[in-house]
Design a protein around this ligand. Structure first.
Ligand SMILES: C[S@@+](CC[C@H](N)C(=O)[O-])C[C@H]1O[C@@H](n2cnc3c(N)ncnc32)[C@H](O)[C@@H]1O
Length: 233
């Protein structure tokens, strides 16, 4: 069997996007609206709290955890990304970055308190998404948490955005990324296999800070543009 690893085609698409946006623009990590990024960052930072060892996996240019850098010697904040330009940009942003593959994490067992992973699962087929969750389980300490955020392909608002952006992207030459529909219930169910317990499962609409606990209710189906899942080992 081929070892699981970053998809080279997508990696080249990221190089294209990164060379357009530079190291301090969330557009390089695929975000379209800075406010959207900032609202999601708020959520993530609140969830990380004061944890001592934090890793952002698939961190891109590291903007999500940038506010945590320089927090003192008692705190270790790391990023892992496969893309060379992302690693260079993350370094410029003050992130302690490791170039590596998140499907085969460069960490010993049970060393991390918090792992975050944002806007990554959208680009992974189900088998890779499952493998990734198991791999994170290995490196988390008992009681450690995995904080996941990814786009909800099923929300009406997201479908509309994809429809509109597809035309804009053709016009502006922005590359089209592969897209997989990893439904939140399915990933939550799968995460129980390695031994995770779900502590938070929401669909969110970051722009207005709306959160929906009942993921299949009508408001969530309409506006639940991002999946937010917090799992505890
Ligand atoms: C959509 S970007 C998200 C960046 C960042 N998490 C954020 O939300 O701002 C996805 C990132 O995952 C990285 N990536 C994809 N596959 C990877 C792999 N197997 N190992 C490490 N990084 C990977 C890409 O290089 C890219 O920087």
């Amino acid at each position: 069997m081929q070892p699981l690893q970053a998809d080279k085609h997508t990696d080249r698409l990221y190089e294209h996007l990164r060379s357009r946006h530079g190291d301090s623009d969330s557009g390089a990590n695929g975000y379209r609206l800075q406010t959207y990024f900032l609202r999601e960052q708020e959520l993530i930072l609140a969830e990380i709290g004061t944890a001592a060892t934090v890793a952002d996996l698939g961190c891109g240019s590291g903007l999500m955890v940038k506010p945590l850098t320089g927090a003192g010697p008692d705190r270790q904040v790391l990023g892992v990304d496969y893309n060379e330009i992302a690693c260079r940009d993350a370094r410029n942003n003050g992130i302690h970055i490791i170039r590596g593959d998140v499907f085969s994490l460069p960490f010993r067992d049970e060393v991390l308190d918090r792992v975050i992973n944002c806007q990554f699962l959208n680009q992974q087929p189900e088998d890779k998404a499952k493998h990734f969750i198991s791999e994170v389980y290995r490196v988390l300490k008992p009681g450690g948490r995995l904080i996941l955020l990814w786009r909800n392909d099923r929300a009406l608002i997201h479908k509309l955005a994809v429809f509109v952006y597809r035309y804009i992207d053709r016009f502006t030459g922005r590359p089209e990324f592969p897209y997989y529909d990893n439904w939140i219930d399915d990933l939550e169910l799968y995460s129980r296999e390695p031994g995770f317990q779900c502590v938070k499962k929401q669909l969110i609409f970051p722009l207005f800070r709306w959160r929906f606990e009942t993921v299949d209710a009508l408001p969530a189906r309409l506006f639940g543009a991002s999946c937010f899942l917090v799992l505890e080992k």
